[in-house]
Design a protein around this ligand. Structure first.
Ligand code: BYC
Length: 472
């Protein structure tokens, strides 16, 4: 890779041309990233031209430039949102002090760990999704998958930038390790649970982009409040891209629901499997799985880590700067889940260690909005069925409810009842096999697989029957 002008090659607004040390670090890392991308990125299609959005600057014209590009030639850039002059730390013990432009020495280890945890999810999701291109339901969906994949790649670059620019040698080692862990690998797994789960089919992928990417939104928004200004600015820009990933999930599941309803109406039956659709009961089980796995990503209800991140000024609340309280929370309380024998109740707990639960609450309210929209679709077809979020204690592996079995309606139940009912509540092997049987690639321009409706419109003003990926 010698001879490449990285400050030119990597679109950036971080002054890369003037920072030789950082350039050298990225020059060493970049070929390893490409190696990882070729090995673990989208399987097939790497030589195909895809109609992709690339960010070449952070202003309105620059952040969404569309053109055909081959994925390995995608220009992964480094962008921070514009600085806010005079920005101060908005919460915790350092409230009101100028935001840090450098890593505060006393918080170095904790900050590095937060950045690494965030960074680790980005390549993990690309790894989880690498086989999906081979079974795409349309060129439109294939293009959206690749858009998400290259942007998760860019989000990895964003975290590697912070590690390389601000954490010296440790940071460079962490950057390498981000390319070495592998989703689902027994010996070197990704850090967080949901990122080691399989994403075997497109229904799982759409659920992932709705539920798991939404955790990304809430975590990034909390990190965007950080007193460490480069992290805050990086996350603020990442959030603009994240919105598209959430859009893919919400509209994608909406389109599956719509197609199911069409088939139900057309054939006057709930059993749309006979007609190649995905029945609402199966969709509900996939919701139950992906929602519960994503709830785990917020950590335990009571967490000293969360309290520390906040008091140190490193990770705030969702929309911290819009809240009207003391931003220290030393005397405040918050309602958290409690197990009372067979019942799940809430109790008031000190607010600082309850911050994971508070963020989870914000997330839950946001998740519900999508369900409401999908239910509107069902209603439009005059079908008496409602999709629901299961209880927050259902199928949890982290936190208080990990100790018990909880039904989707929030009852603490026996192991025996759980074993008897779990296939009504979570995707069974038979469900997975059925969904897998539908995964046949549809690659003719403007055509869609039978189990998903076409989108209402195309990308960037292009028609739905546009050649989003040039396969010829
Ligand atoms: N799996 O005090 P606790 C995204 C560990 S997604 C495995 O309860 P804490 C994206 C925890 O590390 C957003 N381990 O939790 C989406 C701790 O370990 P230690 C990703 C877990 O620390 C789609 C111990 O258990 N960003 O961007 O308050 C596609 C006790 O933890 C899990 C972030 O997560 C788990 N689920 O909070 C692409 C932001 N949960 O200390 C991208 C950065 C907890 O005992 N991360 N543990 O060794 C954080 O803010 C926090 O690390 C967490 C956990 C919220 C994840």
């Amino acid at each position: 890779m010698a001879g490449i002008d990285y400050s030119e090659r990597i679109p950036n607004n971080v002054g890369l041309a003037d920072n030789r040390r950082l350039q050298r670090a990225l020059e060493e890392w970049q070929p390893k990233f490409i190696e990882w991308w070729m090995e673990m990125g989208p399987n097939g299609f790497q030589a195909k031209e895809t109609y992709l959005r690339t960010a070449v600057s952070v202003d309105a014209q620059g952040w969404a430039q569309f053109d055909y590009v081959r994925m390995p030639e995608y220009r992964w850039g480094l962008f921070l949102a514009e600085p806010e002059p005079g920005r101060t730390i908005g919460f915790g013990d350092h409230l009101g002090a100028p935001a840090w432009q450098d890593v505060p020495g006393e918080h170095r280890g904790v900050l590095r760990r937060l950045i690494v945890t965030q960074g680790d999810t980005e390549p993990a999701s690309v790894e989880q999704q690498r086989h999906l291109g081979l079974t795409c339901p349309s060129l439109y969906d294939l293009r959206n998958l690749f858009q998400i994949n290259v942007e998760e790649g860019r989000h990895l670059w964003a975290m590697v930038y912070l590690l390389d620019a601000y954490f010296g040698r440790d940071g460079r080692e962490e950057s390498e390790a981000l390319l070495q862990r592998r989703s689902g690998d027994r010996d070197k797994p990704r850090i967080l649970g949901a990122f080691n789960e399989r994403t075997p089919d497109w229904l799982s992928y759409l659920m992932f982009t709705y539920f798991t990417d939404r955790d990304g939104k809430y975590q990034l928004a909390s990190l965007a409040e950080s007193g460490f200004d480069p992290l805050s600015r990086t996350c603020r820009f990442m959030l603009t891209e994240e919105a598209h990933h959430l859009f893919v999930g919400e509209t994608g599941i909406g389109r599956v629901v719509q197609r199911t309803c069409e088939l139900m109406r057309e054939h006057k039956t709930d059993d749309v499997r006979r007609f190649g659709g995905i029945d609402l009961a199966t969709i509900q089980r996939y919701i139950n799985f992906h929602y519960s796995v994503s709830l785990d990503l917020f950590g335990s209800e009571i967490s000293t880590n969360a309290a520390n991140f906040y008091t140190m000024g490193l990770k705030g609340r969702f929309e911290e700067s819009k809240k009207r309280d003391d931003h220290r929370l030393k005397d405040a309380t918050y309602g958290v889940v409690e197990l009372e024998g067979e019942r799940i109740t809430t109790r008031e707990a000190p607010a600082l260690p309850s911050l994971n639960e508070r963020l989870r609450d914000d997330y839950i309210a946001d998740c519900q909005r999508g369900l409401d929209r999908w239910n509107q679709v069902i209603k439009k077809y005059e079908i008496g069925h409602e999709l629901k979020l299961p209880h927050r204690g259902f199928h949890r592996a982290i936190g208080l409810c990990a100790e018990v079995k909880v039904s989707p309606d929030g009852r603490v139940i026996s192991e025996a009842e759980w074993d008897a009912k779990k296939h009504e509540w979570l995707p069974s092997e038979a469900d997975e096999q059925y969904v897998q049987s539908l995964m046949q690639a549809v690659t003719q321009i403007g055509r869609f697989a039978n189990w998903i409706a076409p989108p209402a419109r195309g990308v960037n003003g292009r028609p739905v029957d546009f050649e989003y990926v040039r396969l010829a």
